[in-house]
Ligand binder design. Structure first.
Ligand SMILES: N[C@@H](CCC(=O)N[C@@H](CS)C(=O)NCC(=O)O)C(=O)O
Length: 205
């Protein structure tokens, strides 16, 4: 049995969408960020990094979106991108890694700048860069990654759940999304999917 540790309006929406799409049996455990539950001892026992998502499996806990999504893609054939094409799989992982290692940290400079500096002026200066940095990421996604209609082309994969999750943050990060028709079309197509609707309802944004 799987347990997904999640918090509303965070990146844990991506694995929840993937689990819903896969028709997986899982329990959703909400971590209360308002009460800083992510930094309490019981949650740090689950994920010592104090972050969501975390996926508890019968073999242990998996953290990091890239790893969790890859696990779901491997375990549930419906979400699997053919492993018989290692190049396509690597391309999907390159996109997921870009979201995790570049796009998500740029977004985090908006509210979580204190991770990088104790100087209030530096934290403010980092915030000012968020719209530009996130816009630059959108240019990259729109031009280089998003094949359409799905990230990998005709095959829907876990990368779509991850892109959708981060694309929902763009307006809040000061991005003029009207400049990115492919990302908007992807978001609209995702919103049509019953599994995405179910995940959003359960997850809370
Ligand atoms: N690299 C991690 C990032 C996880 C992460 O930063 N999650 C945020 C929510 S989007 C979090 O748990 N933040 C809690 C905090 O900063 O206290 C992943 O992709 O899974």
């Amino acid at each position: 049995m799987l347990t997904l540790y999640y918090a509303p309006k965070t990146c844990s929406l991506a694995p929840m969408i993937a689990l819903e799409e896969a028709g997986a049996e899982y329990t959703a455990h909400k971590v209360n960020f308002a009460e800083n539950e992510q930094n309490t001892a019981p949650f740090k026992y689950v994920n010592p990094k104090g972050r969501v998502p975390a996926l508890a499996t019968d073999k242990g806990v998996i953290t990091e979106n890239v790893a969790i999504l890859s696990f779901i893609a491997d375990v549930y054939p419906k979400m699997r991108l053919s492993r018989s094409d290692p190049f396509a799989f690597a391309q999907m992982q390159a996109f997921n890694a870009y979201l995790a290692s570049t796009v998500h940290p740029h977004h985090a400079h908006n509210r979580r700048g204190a991770r990088w500096s104790d100087d209030a002026a530096v934290v403010e200066a980092m915030k000012i860069k968020v719209p530009q940095n996130m816009t630059d990421c959108c240019v990259m996604i729109e031009r280089e990654y998003l094949k359409g209609p799905w990230v990998m082309g005709e095959q829907y994969t876990v990368a779509d759940a991850y892109l959708f999750t981060i694309a929902n943050w763009l307006e809040g990060d000061g991005v003029d999304t009207s400049k990115f028709p492919k990302i908007l079309a992807h978001r609209a197509a995702m919103l049509e999917r019953p599994a995405v609707q179910a995940a959003m309802e359960k997850h809370g944004g």
